[in-house]
Design a protein around this ligand. Structure first.
Ligand code: GSH
Length: 198
């Protein structure tokens, strides 16, 4: 049995969506976290090494980091078609989009949101505008990151766009809006949204 440690309106909402996409049963453990505004507190029941969400337990193994959880769950449920299998030509792009989200896209946007100044040319760094242009380039060619088929990677990008679009962090474009709306019209997203709001 999969067991998700979840706090409402946090990154674990994406993992709720992911799990709903699989159709598999899972246990939902609501935990508290320390919020950015200082409210709340780490929950001793949460197995995450830093008291964050999401965390996932499966058969005694702890999986943490959102994109690692996405890869783990997508591979565990191949019939849900959330990840191309090993040997498929789209496997490399899929892994790249997952790693790009946690390694490039999210740091760029979180840093901009917090108004931190990162020196130009900082190692490993990509400005959010450049990362957005990369994303837009892919979505100009196809409805999803991997082409015609939705994958677990789309969950993160569609969620990020919904969170940031419409304010100076991410200027609204019809392409990005349509992509985010298309992904978030999926029944699994709507079920996850209802659970997150519960
Ligand atoms: N890199 C982690 C980030 C997890 C994370 O920072 N989660 C936030 C909620 S959105 C949290 O638990 N914050 C509480 C804290 O930092 O103590 C992931 O993607 O899973």
């Amino acid at each position: 049995m999969l067991s998700l440690y979840h706090c409402p309106r946090t990154r674990s909402a994406s993992i709720l969506w992911l799990l709903e996409e699989t159709g598999a049963p899972y246990e939902l453990n609501r935990v508290t976290i320390q919020r950015g505004d200082g409210s709340g507190a780490r929950d001793p029941a949460n197995p995450h090494p830093h008291g964050k969400t999401p965390a996932l337990m499966h058969d005694g193994a702890l999986i943490y980091e959102s994109t690692a959880i996405a890869l783990y769950v997508a591979d565990l449920f191949p019939d849900a078609r959330l990840a191309p299998p090993i040997g498929d030509a789209r496997r490399g792009p899929f892994l790249s989009w997952l790693a790009y989200y946690s390694g490039v896209m999210e740091p760029a946007f979180v840093t901009k949101f917090l108004n931190y100044q990162v020196p130009r040319g900082a190692p490993g760094w990509v400005e959010s505008d450049e990362a957005t242009a990369h994303l837009t380039g892919a979505l100009n060619k196809a409805p999803y990151l991997l082409g015609d088929a939705f994958s677990a990677a789309d969950i993160f990008y569609a969620s990020m766009i919904a969170l940031f679009m419409g304010n100076p962090l991410l200027p609204e474009t019809p392409l990005l809006r349509a992509y985010s709306d298309r992904c978030r019209a999926r029944p699994a997203f709507l079920r996850a949204q209802a659970i997150d709001a519960d």
